[in-house]
Ligand binder design. Sequence first.
Ligand SMILES: [Cu+2]
Length: 465
Amino acid sequence: MTTRRDLLQLIGVSSAGLLTGAVTPAQAQSSPPQTAVPSREGNGYLPVRTLNGWTLPHRMVDGIKEFHLVAEEIEHEFAPGCRARCWGYNGTTPGPTIEAVEGDRVRLFVTNRLKEATSVHWHGIDLPNGFDGVAGLNQPPIQPGETFVYEYTLQQHGTHMYHPHADEMTQMAFGMMGLFIIHPREGEVERIDRDYAFLLHNWALHPGTYRPDPSIMQDFDLWTFNSKVFPAIEPLVMRTGERLRIRVGNLSMWNHPIHMHSNPFWVTGSDAGRWPRAQWRREVTEIIGVGQMRDLEFVATEPGDWALHCHMAHHTMGPMGHEIPNPTGVDQRGVESRIRQLLPGYMAMGENGMAEHAEHVAMGLKGPANTLPMMTGRGQFGPIEMGGMFTVVKVRDDLAPNDFRDPGDYRYPAGRVARRVSSDPSFGRPHRREPYGPIKAAPATEPESPTPPMDHSQHHMNSGG
Ligand SMILES: [Cu+2]
């Protein structure tokens, strides 16, 4: 008979790894040596990287992985200049990510430090009904000050979540949620080099306030990845040739079409685990429905700073008024001078579009207290004019395998960035169509300077996943 010690030697886990609970007896008894994926950071799996977040440490007690969540009120910063009284777990929203391996037995303590009852539902996880966490239906509510325990064996792998099923309208609106990642016991069928995870959420933190409003159904102020708004959302950093997985879950009140620039990805899994390969789908935008999880994978072939964002235009914006008249095309000069008699310094805006908002922010004009600008974030060429569910996938040729540091702005090779060729609005002979008329070309004008030929030699088009 193979002893546990033999197996541990076989899979190359040090005694230090055992002390931190890296391998459970259950794994040692039931899993083959991890040849598919080598021991990675001593866990036998590649740890997930929770964007702007963290993984909850566990204790091994009699072969069971013990985790301890604390539901509590917290101070949270969405981005510098905007904080709120939120609710979360263990000091943060989202709460810490729970990571374990298929076959593990887990014991989850939940202490309630809120002033109202709560519970925890383990979203998408196969478990005995009495641990499913719907207060009133499956268990008594966890009253303030009480600690409950949930204990079950993980029979699956995949990307999951946890959240309350008690006064969830309020508790989730205040930020109570977290990720629960279960790694496959047999290793990944295809090696992953970087594994990112985040949850989508929306917040009604009205301008000038410090407490999210749980009664809002649609018209939210903040749209977040892991409770952060751009530019406070970390970039996803990777090296060309590496395979990236992005695990995205949605506990907000909207569906979010998550869009990746340049790199078509494969949708490869969900809370049902990594799907059979025949079910993988190639997409550039994937709608993550409310309550759903999706795993997106791709191999980056083209270096650069690639946008990753929700494609709902208002979801990449900060707080804005939605019940104002439409000022586009309206000459507001007379209005501005009259309003200035009442409000010195008042500036009308929106006559030519909303981009001047970002310019006003750059000039240092202030909005209400504790309120982020509608558009924010700067790139190397100017304002990015995004402020919500937006971040950057930074692909570089020269990163070390485990280097997750922000490499800064991408340095564009000469001739491989869009540039101005004329400042004359009559430039060129563009075909255009008069209203209801024929298509015709305008008279020609010359460019400012001879246009150098495009450099086609350096890079091939990207082929993705
Ligand atoms: Cu969205």
